[in-house]
Design a protein around this ligand. Structure first.
Ligand SMILES: [Zn+2]
Length: 357
């Protein structure tokens, strides 16, 4: 028996996972996927460590999943790719014996049609299946004013909550560059959220439902940089929890479920400190891309004399090389490194064997 239901979780099941994570001081890795190969690798790793996991798609990842040749002028390909990936996860998660939170990553105001398409499709899906396809969606309106950000999030959260879908919002700005979004030159003050801003968002979202998480910037950045270039202040999360707890009359509790963006390249100390302050989800993309790259790179360098020509290798000039250049061979090497790296992330996040009942 697993502690959480196998398959894709939704509604109150998400809150149960987040409450367990907060109580036991662990966080779930949220891994960006772009293909069946990376989806399957995430599930493989989660099965090995016997913990729930978050599978997420970005706007660009969704487009890639559907196929780069497809036009995306109305964000239809990004939406179709995400829906296709979601159905794939629904079809196989139980076979892996894994509990999955299925999520979409950053959506700014200019891409909001992407989320509109996803919600339109899920309203139809929910009517027949009694559940959504995605567990949660992120709206990142941190470029807008705080009021505008939360106004729009509240509007979308009402629609999502009716479908048992949770929302993740962003306060402040995650620095760095990811998936074509470049925040490497934003004003420093935007990289650090104020406790009063967290309370403002918390208070307004809590009126709609309980299924929300907050990515509050505390100096974190997307990407991996030379040590010393990133200055994290997880204490912001602690101060925010205390402020919100006092405001709602529940001192000593951790009412907010925080999300840590830009987790790649972070030290174990910063990660554990942030988890202690109520971080229940950490996004990791860059380190996973690096791992997949290592597997592919090492395969080609080891077998370079077997993939240069279709026929002929060091064992003989008439030897066929089909079994070396079969794409499954090289993709599997990428997958294996990806799985290994993700197992390490589960350990870093204190998230081993968290699905054992
Ligand atoms: Zn992010």
């Amino acid at each position: 028996m697993t502690k959480f239901r196998k398959g894709v979780l939704f509604g109150d099941e998400l809150n149960a996972v987040y409450a367990d994570a907060k109580a036991n001081e662990y966080a779930l890795p949220a891994v960006n996927v772009v293909s069946t190969s990376t989806v399957n690798s995430v599930l493989e790793a989660a099965a090995l460590v016997q913990s729930p996991v978050i599978v997420q798609l970005s706007f660009g990842g969704g487009h890639f999943y559907a196929g780069k040749s497809l036009p995306n002028d109305n964000m239809q390909a990004a939406a179709a790719g995400c829906l296709s990936a979601a159905k794939h996860v629904h079809d196989i998660a139980e076979l892996y014996g894994v509990s999955v939170i299925l999520h979409t990553d950053h959506c700014s105001l200019k891409n909001i049609a992407w989320i509109d398409h996803l919600l339109d499709a899920q309203e139809v899906w929910h009517a027949t299946h009694g559940k959504p396809l995605f567990s949660s969606h992120m709206l990142d309106l941190s470029e807008e004013t705080l009021e505008e950000n939360i106004d729009i999030c509240v509007r979308y959260f009402k629609r999502m909550d009716a479908l048992d879908i949770g929302i993740e919002i962003e306060l402040g700005i995650t620095g760095g560059e990811e998936d074509g979004v470049d925040n490497s030159d934003v004003d420093d003050s935007k990289l650090y959220t104020q406790p009063s801003e967290v309370y403002y968002a918390y208070e307004r979202l809590a009126k709609i439902g309980s299924n929300f998480t907050i990515a509050a910037a505390f100096g974190n950045v997307h990407g991996v940089y030379k040590p010393g270039n990133v200055s994290l202040s997880p204490i912001i999360l602690k101060n925010s929890q205390e402020f919100v707890a006092d405001q709602i009359g529940a001192p000593g509790t951790k009412p907010v479920s925080f999300v840590f963006h830009g987790g790649s390249g972070s030290t174990q100390g910063d990660i554990r400190e942030a988890i202690g302050y109520g971080v229940i989800k950490m996004n990791i993309d860059t380190d996973m891309q690096w791992a997949f790259n290592q597997g592919v790179r090492d395969y080609y360098s080891e077998f370079k004399d077997y993939v240069a020509t279709q026929i002929g290798n060091p064992e003989g000039e008439e030897q066929p090389n089909k079994k070396y250049y079969d794409p499954r061979k090289v993709l599997r090497c990428g997958e294996q490194k990806f799985v290994e790296r993700l197992e390490q992330s589960f350990a870093d996040l204190n998230c081993l064997r968290r699905n054992l009942s």
